[in-house]
Design a protein around this ligand. Structure first.
Ligand code: BEZ
Ligand code: FE
Length: 288
């Protein structure tokens, strides 16, 4: 009989979890045990610290529901989400880079026509984001679905306010020539939710809890890798300190000021507005 000691417990626990029936699950659980034990050994985790961590995890679960994703937020601020995104999206350097999904995407947004206004008259500077969807060879990609979402000018997403309506989110389809046009309002930088366990931890550090102004996109179309990304406003605050490590240079786009007059969707505006031109470049499925 092999009795448990401080020296052998890691091997015993890893071997036990390595019996998971699915080989990949066995690999994941065995490695998880080894890394958790290594962490505890490295920092010589005390019982009080272990209990504090358990309570933090409990609180993170308890505050989460179908509108609040505190575990995603925790993963995001720890840099884990972005690491996983990078390892799993080693795209061609010419392709639009991927970033984190974040906790505020909502399924089932309404579809809008080319240039349709997803801000529905909310206060803010009108912004047109437009361009083409194309592939790595420069060929137009028609029929791509662009699922778009963003925060309002108070930094609030739909999931954070009381509403029955889709708010600052919509789906657009690229035309045959690859063209797309989103009408919205200019996003501002905002603070991530700080009233939960993630905020409580961040308050104990010097970490900036802000994200730079951005609009989220999830672009899908047959034959190409799905793309989860953001476009960030050039020159905006927090680009070099994004709390979720999501900024990549090719995703920083100029928001150019325009006087009242013709808009990118072929209409006219009688107030000043902003335009951001960006071509999404998709990676064909299976090409890495
Ligand atoms: C967001 O941009 O919506 C977001 C992403 C990660 C954490 C918090 C917010
Ligand atoms: Fe966001």
């Amino acid at each position: 009989m092999e009795l448990v000691t401080e020296d052998n417990i890691t091997d015993l626990a890893a071997a036990r979890w390595g019996t998971a029936h699915d080989p990949r699950t066995a690999q994941l659980l065995e490695a998880l045990v080894r890394h958790l034990h290594a962490f505890a050994r490295e920092v010589r985790l005390t019982e009080a610290e272990w209990m504090a961590a358990i309570q933090w995890l409990n609180a993170t679960g308890q505050i989460s529901d179908d509108r609040r994703e505190e575990f995603i937020l925790a993963s995001d601020v720890l840099g884990l989400s972005m690491l996983v995104v990078q390892m799993n999206n080693r795209l061609d350097p010419e392709a639009t880079p991927a970033t984190v999904l974040g906790p505020f995407h909502i399924d089932g947004s309404p579809e809008r026509e080319y240039g349709g206004d997803m801000s529905d008259g909310l206060p803010g500077t009108p912004l047109y984001v437009y361009g083409t969807v194309r592939d790595l060879d420069g060929k137009a990609v028609g029929g791509a679905l662009l699922d778009v979402w963003q925060a309002d000018t108070d930094g609030m997403y739909e999931a954070q306010v009381v509403t029955d309506e889709a708010r600052l989110r919509a789906k657009y389809r690229s035309r045959e020539d690859g063209g797309y046009c989103v009408r919205t309002i200019a996003p501002l930088g905002y603070a991530i939710p700080m009233d939960g366990p993630v905020g409580e931890l961040i308050h104990r550090t010097d970490i900036s809890h802000f994200r730079p102004a951005h609009v989220h996109f999830l672009v899908t179309v047959d034959g190409h890798e799905p793309l989860i990304t953001h476009l960030f406003r050039e020159g905006t605050e927090y680009l070099d300190s994004d709390v979720v490590f999501g900024v990549k240079e090719p995703l920083v786009v100029a928001f150019q000021e325009r006087e009242p007059g013709p808009t990118p969707d072929g209409g006219t505006s009688d107030v000043p507005f902003l335009v951001a031109e960006y071509d999404f470049v998709l990676q064909p499925t299976g090409r890495s």
